[in-house]
Write a protein that binds this ligand. Structure first.
Ligand SMILES: [Zn+2]
Length: 350
């Protein structure tokens, strides 16, 4: 896969201290045109604080809560290490659920791909009745019919399952991995002409968080079935916790790639196409910024920190349209032209 190869090449260039090559690869991967020598130099660090917004080593708490409360009859906990998988399996069995643990597999988190290598990750599927066994059976069938059946058994909306199957077989998914493609398609669906609240996404459908109730590819920002699914799960949370989750899921996100995105504490503003900007323009005025870093790609993170990261850390406004990314604040205004097709997205929730 092209993106996985470029990630590996970036990693190698970074490890051998080849800044010129690593810088070129980084900009290519995140779709930014390198800034010219004649442009104002980026501010000196420090870059934004690091935090793991998505955790690959813990079962998603909301799925666990929803399963216990009866808001889900089945839940799949993915990519757990052996200790976490065994602990979860024991607990859920003791609570009376049927539980199936997958065979171990190896996972590359930067591209969300199952790969060769030392198998250290496990899925744990738990359900009432025999749903878990039926799900694992369906998943074993690697055809589209198997994917469809597995999605149905997990209770995902039919429209979202078909959308995922279509994207999974696309050429883009072959180059970048289906999760990258799913994310961009979802972000862009919020800009569609005629969509209510154009440019913003219901906060309940934000999937880039450990607190997210939606762990599947929603077919669009206006999918009412996905929204109903999300609300059913969120409904099990007590009011105070729900308010906290809502605050976390409502934060605007500047996304370069799945292993590199920033969460902003601030207010979003979306301008529809027309006027001075090209296409829909998203802008956020913010106070605090943190970068998602789960340790899956140190080289990508390091280059993110020394480019967009330092500008965000000293800035207070970020704007993204079809052609450019602009970050401005007390230290000045810093602009990057975007490569085509556009990679970065600024996700704004409402
Ligand atoms: Zn849908």
């Amino acid at each position: 896969m092209d993106l996985a190869d470029r990630y590996d090449e970036l990693r190698r260039a970074f490890d051998r201290g080849d800044d010129a090559r690593a810088g070129a690869l980084f900009h290519e991967i995140v779709g930014l045109v390198p800034r010219g020598r004649e442009e104002p130099p980026l501010p000196a660090g420090p870059p934004p604080a690091r935090t793991a917004l998505l955790r690959h080593d813990q079962p998603r708490a909301i799925d666990l809560r929803a399963l216990r409360a009866g808001a889900r009859d089945i839940a799949k906990f993915e990519d757990l290490g052996l200790d976490a998988a065994l602990k979860l399996e024991r607990r859920l069995r003791a609570e009376g659920f049927s539980v199936v643990r997958s065979a171990p597999y190896a996972r590359r988190f930067d591209v969300s791909l199952t790969v060769g290598g030392a198998p250290t990750r496990f899925d744990v599927v738990a359900s009432r009745g025999d749903l878990a066994e039926r799900f694992v059976e369906a998943e074993r069938d690697r055809s589209y019919a198997g994917t469809r059946r597995a999605g149905e058994l997990l209770g995902y909306p039919a429209c979202c399952i078909e959308h995922f199957i279509a994207l999974e077989r696309s050429a883009a998914a072959e180059h970048e991995g289906v999760n990258e493609v799913v994310l961009r398609a979802f972000a862009d669906s919020s800009d569609e002409i005629g969509a209510g609240g154009a440019g913003t996404i219901p906060w309940e459908l934000n999937s880039l968080s450990q607190h997210a109730p939606v762990g599947f590819a929603a077919c669009g920002a206006r999918c009412t079935a996905a929204l109903a699914f999300a609300r059913r799960l969120l409904g099990v949370l007590p009011a105070e916790e729900l308010a906290l989750v809502r605050r976390v899921l409502s934060r605007p996100l500047l996304v370069m790639r799945l292993p590199l995105f920033w969460a902003l504490d601030g207010a979003a503003h979306v301008e529809p196409p027309g006027g001075a900007s090209a296409g829909t323009s998203h802008a956020v005025r913010y106070d605090v910024v943190a970068v998602h870093d789960h340790g899956s790609h140190p080289a990508l993170q390091a280059w993110g920190a020394r480019t967009v990261g330092v500008a965000l850390a000293r800035g207070s406004d970020v704007r993204l349209d079809e052609r450019s990314l602009t970050i401005s604040g007390e230290a000045g205004t810093f602009r990057w032209a975007l490569a085509t097709p556009r990679v970065p997205r600024l996700l704004c929730f409402s």
